[in-house]
Design a protein around this ligand. Structure first.
Ligand SMILES: [Zn+2]
Length: 444
């Protein structure tokens, strides 16, 4: 067997092929597709390099996941989980400059749905896993590679099912890396140069989907009715949608802002009433940071009535709520105050926040791996406003980080590519990320 001296040589092919599997997850089990074929293809790539793999369906036919383990030199240490999801959000081909499932490699990019979320990391992981096995490299600790279904619909038929029904797959795992972190953000330095910050995800907001319901008196639309369910729900929704929850600076956000301030010389006064305004000046990254300063309760669905002249007996709304670590009880009290006694609430989904500290040997290994490949790198922690499969793994007591390394061009609006039109990833970022991952996994 020939061993490729550099796993970065095959990463572009791997990512492009992964994108050609249409693994669109609509959120409806009937129309979600492609995960099983993609998972079996991943298993074959690993087996080719000598791995034993386990294919597992998570709660429904076709929801394919693949697991593989590589023994480390020190069995007394906890294992490291490297996880990536195989599903993607759907794409409307007419809106794209290339077909979203073409995996086209042009203009220095690999194009297609999943290019950054997250077939990039899946491809890099496969490339490094194959290299380790083929070159006979023993990592310092056990590695568990997991390729997963259903992340884009919350992992009910993926990570959460596996954690609840197959915890044995994660036996001995103490730490994990996955999306969304490890990518570079270029900031202007106070001395005139530039600095690449690499954002390591150390925290995620909690994700709570909340249903509001009002019951009122049904009746004819021409009558005066002071117990109208539609009015009650509409008022509660409007109050929540316009509410500004208090600003709470968590450790990750504070450390991130301090690092940016230090590098750029740009004063960020965290006590300023216009903190959001100051952060806006940082450019596209402001979208991410500003979403992690406060809890949010964002109205997304309304449902009531069936005819213009009939007052319905009930009305409902759904709000997408994102809650900072440590804020759940205070958040709920504030919500109850705003919706009042006429409206009831229940959780459709309630996944607690994830949070860890930015220190320890694993963080040192990330830092060293990035510096080995980019001497200008500086790692900084940050909080993700969205959710990932880390929410499931954290329930097993696993310490989770977002670390899918990419060195990006300074002007690329990376966060806009997630679920976006013309999603694409630079070829050189994939090659860079593969080398960083190889360094990291041989020193973790
Ligand atoms: Zn993702």
């Amino acid at each position: 067997m020939t061993v490729r001296p550099d796993p970065a040589d095959e990463v572009v092919d791997l990512v492009s092929t992964l994108i050609r599997f249409d693994t669109s997850n609509t959120g409806e089990p009937d129309t979600t597709k492609g995960e099983a074929e993609c998972a079996r293809w991943v298993a074959a790539r690993l087996e080719e390099a000598g791995y034993q793999t386990e294919y597992v369906e998570s709660g429904a036919p076709g929801r394919g996941n693949v697991f593989a383990r590589l023994k480390g030199s020190d069995p007394s240490r906890g294992a490291l989980l490297i996880h990536g999801h195989l599903d993607v959000v759907p794409a409307e081909a007419g809106e794209w400059s290339v077909h979203p499932f073409s995996g086209a490699v042009t203009d220095g990019y690999v194009w297609g749905r999943g290019a950054v979320d997250m077939k990039d990391m899946v491809g890099m992981t496969i490339a490094v896993a194959r290299h380790l096995a083929r070159a006979g490299i023993t990592p310092p600790r056990d590695l568990v590679f997991a390729f997963l279904a259903d992340e884009e619909a919350g992992g009910k038929y993926g990570a959460h099912w596996l954690v609840e029904n197959r915890p044995d797959l994660f036996a001995g795992v103490t730490e994990a890396i996955g999306e969304v972190g490890g990518f570079s953000l270029t900031v202007p330095r106070r001395d005139g140069g530039e600095r690449r910050l690499y954002l390591i995800e150390t925290a995620e907001k909690g994700l709570c989907w909340m249903r509001l319901r009002a019951n009122g008196r049904a009746g004819h639309g021409s009558m005066v009715n002071d117990d109208n369910a539609v009015t009650a729900v509409a008022e509660a929704v409007a109050r929540l949608g316009r509410h500004r929850f208090p600003l709470v600076l968590t450790e990750a956000v504070e450390q991130f802002l301090a690092a940016v301030s230090e590098e750029t010389g740009h004063e960020i006064d965290v006590d300023s009433p216009d903190l959001e305004g100051m952060i806006e000046k940082l450019g596209p990254i402001a979208r991410i940071v500003n979403a992690t300063l406060r809890d949010t309760a964002t109205p997304t669905m309304l449902q009531a009535g069936y005819k213009a002249n009939v007052i319905p007996a009930t009305a409902e709304a759904v709000l997408d709520c994102r809650v900072l670590p440590g804020r759940q009880a205070a958040f709920e009290a504030e919500v109850d105050e705003l919706i009042g006694p006429a409206v009831t609430r229940e959780w459709v989904t309630n996944l607690p926040p994830v949070q860890t500290s930015f220190d320890g040997d694993l963080v040192e290994a990330m830092n060293a791996a990035l510096l080995a490949c980019d001497p200008d790198a500086r790692t900084v922690p940050y909080m993700l406003s969205g959710g990932t499969d880390a929410k499931a793994f954290a329930q097993l007591g696993i310490r989770c980080f977002g670390f899918a390394p990419l060195r990006l061009p300074p002007d690329l609006d990376f966060s806009a590519l997630f679920h976006g039109v013309d999603e694409r990833v630079p070829v050189d970022a994939l090659e860079f990320g593969t080398r960083v991952l190889l360094h990291f996994l041989t020193h973790c």
